[in-house]
Design a protein around this ligand. Structure first.
Ligand code: COA
Length: 318
């Protein structure tokens, strides 16, 4: 078996919903401003006693169920997260314990909003080399805990949630290709600077130069679309669905225009979820699979852009 394919999907959103109207009472903003600039209408936030691992666990059980597999079938766990519950053990190890899996490798992967795409790249390579047969890939985030709730330029943008997929070995793709990149030159444009090593241990909140990030994201995602199609000798017509990272409706629309795809072939959840970072693509994929939009055999292009900068794509036959 030379390829990997998506066997099942799952997701979970915490119960608490914060609308734009709710935000109006927290910072100097308006529902109209947020909708117009971002497309976001509401976002889900974790309860005080809810953890990143809690979200990951529910999404994982759902993905396992949809794949028709048991936890003991999993031989690699990858969790993409920027908001782990603790420095260590990794969220992947915490999740492994919850799922009662013993012995298989489990590790976190941190590429911010491109984390899920990075994790899919790793999972695909493990499977193609025969090092794993069934990989649980999770994107789980509690970004509400790393927001400065007095900074209107960032706190309106993010939400919490988790998505998961189970990938397994297959004779045919499945995953057609993955492409991941990073350029640390842009480290200051989007960051949580806090850390014990840089003299800013308390600066544990998102800082962003939104306008510059926006421009770079649109250009870079356009390039990754070209790179992905060219690498596979494909054209825009070969893509059935775009499942983008959900940061801003205007960034999503720009990528859809690049692909010449009408918006009804683009899975959009940003209005209800805000930016859930590494969880956003598996959340959107799961929603579109479960509501019957994305069907087996269709070609899906997933792409993401995040702090670092990091960016990448996964082209797959679902
Ligand atoms: N409500 C009302 N006004 C706000 C606001 C809010 N929530 N946030 C910022 N503003 C104000 C700014 O203070 C600024 O006011 P000024 O002109 O008086 O200084 C004005 O709106 C315009 O700010 P600007 O940053 O130029 O707006 P923008 O059109 O670039 O939109 C973003 C801001 C953040 C929505 C946009 O830049 C963006 O989406 N960037 C990408 C962010 C992103 O996706 N990051 C994650 C990548 S994974």
């Amino acid at each position: 078996m030379k390829f990997s394919r998506i066997l099942g999907t799952g997701s979970y959103l915490p119960a608490r919903v914060m609308t734009n109207a709710d935000l109006e009472s927290i910072v100097d903003t308006t529902d109209a401003w947020i909708r117009e600039r971002t497309g976001i209408e509401s976002r889900h936030l974790v309860a005080d006693d809810e953890t990143c691992c809690d979200l990951a666990e529910v999404a994982s059980w759902r993905a396992l169920e949809s794949a028709g597999l048991r936890p003991s079938d999993i031989d690699l766990i990858l969790v993409a997260t920027t908001t782990p519950d603790q420095f260590f053990p990794s969220t992947a190890c915490l999740l492994q314990q919850r799922l009662d899996i013993h012995g298989c490798p489990a590790f976190d992967l941190q590429a911010v909003c491109a984390g899920f795409v990075y994790a899919m790249d790793v999972a695909d390579k493990y499977i193609r080399t025969g090092a794993a047969k069934h990989v649980l890939v999770v994107g789980s985030e509690t970004f509400s805990r790393v927001l400065d709730w007095s900074d209107r330029a960032t706190c309106v943008l993010f939400g919490d949630g988790a998505g998961a997929v189970v990938i397994g070995a297959a004779d045919e793709p499945g995953i057609i290709s993955t492409h991941i990149h990073a350029d640390g030159t842009y480290k200051d444009l989007l960051q949580i600077p806090g850390g014990h090593g840089n003299g800013r241990p308390d600066a544990a909140f998102v800082e962003m130069r939104g306008n510059e990030v926006f421009r770079f994201a649109v250009t870079t995602l356009g390039r990754i679309v070209d790179e992905t199609l060219e690498a596979n000798g494909m054209t825009r017509d070969d893509i059935d669905w775009l499942i983008p990272h959900q940061a801003n409706i205007r960034i999503i629309q720009a990528t859809a225009r690049k692909l010449d795809l009408p918006m009804d072939r683009v899975v959009v959840t940003v209005q209800e979820h805000g930016n859930t970072s590494s969880a956003s693509i598996p959340l959107a994929l799961d929603q579109a699979v479960r509501d019957g939009r994305v069907k087996r055999g269709e070609t899906i292009l997933m792409e993401a852009f995040g702090g670092g900068f990091t960016w990448g794509s996964v082209l797959a036959k679902y």
